[in-house]
Write a protein that binds this ligand. Structure first.
Ligand code: NAD
Length: 252
């Protein structure tokens, strides 16, 4: 049985993970951490991370970028592996994640779903053929009106995947409103739509002369992210220090 501390336990994803863990014979949430205890859990909740001394095998985090530094310090201090799912981390925080991974196991993924992680690979194959042949690459993402960061962490991961396939020769353009000029060959445009209750849509568009190929992933419920996070927690518990991602979980 893998014992989990759920960081951000009272939020939307925290509740999804709580429901999944309650039905999972191999995983148990032993404690939660959340700055605001909404009374919606069946396990003890700590509103101050420093007060949590509960024994556990791994931490799952779906909270806020503001919480990332204290969380990483807590995990190093307690020697706890961490599945980091919060998006919108700053450059400094991303560097801290890499430093932390030298001391404890850290699995960070902007998107925990099997579908997106498969898409990350498929678009690399497509880019090698299509971008090389002169197709333009654009990403459009859509999310619910409550989402704080834009573009989504997943859109950036998709762009990074495309760029990596093309030897990192591309740059990203988020906002075309400020410049009146045609796109250049080596750009990846990223557009964000926010509205209603859209769980998460991502389109990767390869637009060439007289033909267009589109890859689209639609998340119909947050459970797709939750399932991936619980599987990642089971995978990470007991692993040596290092930087892991969802590809490691999928490949076993
Ligand atoms: N990687 C993925 O697959 C994936 C999927 C969905 C959401 N996310 C990301 O996960 C994060 C949380 O998403 P959500 O929809 O559950 O948000 P949410 O706002 O519903 O929940 C966040 C929870 O974190 C708590 N919190 C905020 N600041 C905190 C702090 N300093 N310390 C402790 N707890 C704190 C809040 O009180 C809240 O209960 C976001 O960054 C979102 O983009 C990632």
């Amino acid at each position: 049985m893998v014992k989990i501390i759920m960081h951000g336990c009272c939020g939307h994803m925290g509740q999804v993970i709580s429901d999944l863990a309650a039905k999972d014979a191999e995983a148990e949430i032993v404690a939660g951490i959340d700055i605001s205890d909404k009374g919606n859990t069946t396990y003890p909740v700590f509103t101050d991370i420093k007060a949590c001394q509960t024994e556990a095998d791994v931490v799952i985090d779906f909270s806020s970028a503001k919480a990332a530094d204290a969380l990483l310090d807590f995990c190093v201090e307690r020697n706890l592996p961490v599945v980091l799912c919060t998006t919108g981390l700053s450059e400094e925080q991303l560097a801290k994640v890499e430093e932390t991974a030298k001391k404890i196991p850290v699995l960070k993924s902007a998107n925990m779903s099997l579908g997106i992680n498969t898409l990350l690979k498929l678009i690399q194959e497509a880019a090698k053929v299509l971008a090389t042949a002169g197709f333009d690459m654009e990403i459009v993402e859509r999310h619910h009106r409550l989402k704080l960061d834009a573009p989504s962490g997943t859109a950036l991961a998709l762009a990074d995947s495309l760029n990596e396939a093309m030897d990192n020769q591309y740059h990203y353009v988020y906002d075309r409103s400020q410049k009146r000029e045609m796109r250049d060959d080596k750009e990846i445009g990223i557009s964000a739509v926010r509205g209603g209750t859209i769980v998460g849509d991502h389109e990767v568009i390869f637009a060439g002369p007289d033909e267009v190929i589109e890859f689209k992933h639609t998340a119909y419920s947050k459970a797709v992210f939750g399932k991936g996070a619980v599987e990642a927690a089971k995978f990470l518990a007991g692993k040596p220090a290092g930087r892991y991602d969802m590809a490691d979980v999928i490949e076993g």
